[in-house]
Design a protein around this ligand. Sequence first.
Ligand code: PLP
Length: 361
Amino acid sequence: MSRVYNFSAGPSVLPESVLNKAAAEMLDYEGCGQSVMEMSHRSKVFQGIIDSAESLLREVMNIPDNYKVMFMQGGGFTQFACVPLNLGNKNKKADYVLTGQWATKAYKEAARYIDAKAIASSKDKTFSYIPKLDPDTFTKDADYFYICMNNTIYGTVYHELPQTGDVPLVADISSCIMSQPIDVSKFGLLFAGAQKNVAPAGVTIVIVREDLLGNAMDFTPTMLDYKTHADKGSLFNTPPCWQIYITKLVLEWIKNDIGGLEKMKERNEKKANMLYDFLDNSNLFKGTVAKEDRSLMNVPFITGNEEMDAKFVKEAAENGLVNVKGHRTVGGMRASIYNAMPVEGVEALVKFMADFEARNA
Ligand SMILES: *Cc1c(COP(=O)(O)O)cnc(C)c1O
């Protein structure tokens, strides 16, 4: 067997030990004689799995008791509608910061239901930075304030949160969940599709402050009303059982093998610094993001020459470094170095880049 280093932005690499454990338990989960793929979601065994997934998530992310955790379906995109439908029903107003495609899509979806306001944008420079925010410009009676915390396509992240006062802060953390500690109490709601840092595509984690539940718009589909899932412990209907099981395994990996989110952050910084240091000293490659806004998870870079970029992507793949092509709307390269990317993977990438540079500069 030969595995590649997979720098895909999502779905993306999972910890090898998790894949091995899932493989070992594939036909017989803990002596129950069935695969998790086959068992009833109403069974005791599955209840044990979803309960441990939730309690591990609460422990690892240090989630306060007045927050509900839900395992939903429909990906980040469904949350773009859920957020205004559930949280935007008081004054029907919300502020959005446009830091890339995902934030913009969320904003456009919200604008179908409420008065969504784009308070700031970094579109003028291809979303290569996080705009400086002035709280005086925020809508005082907004129902919530929305950000996309880590911008997967452009490689930026908020290192400081907007000061929204009493207005609940909502964040899409799809591509940075569990990459480092986060103070959940600063947010009204957090959500993340699993396929970047948590599990295979198909489950979406939603963490919401309890007092924000129960005020969905009348026409909200039952499945998009947070209360439906919060009241039933994410078992209103059949949940994505397998994805919840892998979530549990990944959380066990973070807790037991890595040692928690502080340690995860150290590991992620080590990886990202290796790559950024190389880019800052390279004569061929350069990073595209403002230094103070650089992501730990997604690292876009270019040579400035499209043919050279294509040559690099092709040769990297031939050397077992796959999916380093940039997003189709941006071009160049992007290395996504999520939690599960081993340090050795980034070392191999940097070594190959140095090598490529020596041959092509
Ligand atoms: C990948 C991604 C999404 C899209 O999620 P889907 O599950 O495909 O709907 C949304 N937001 C961010 C930040 C992402 O990285």
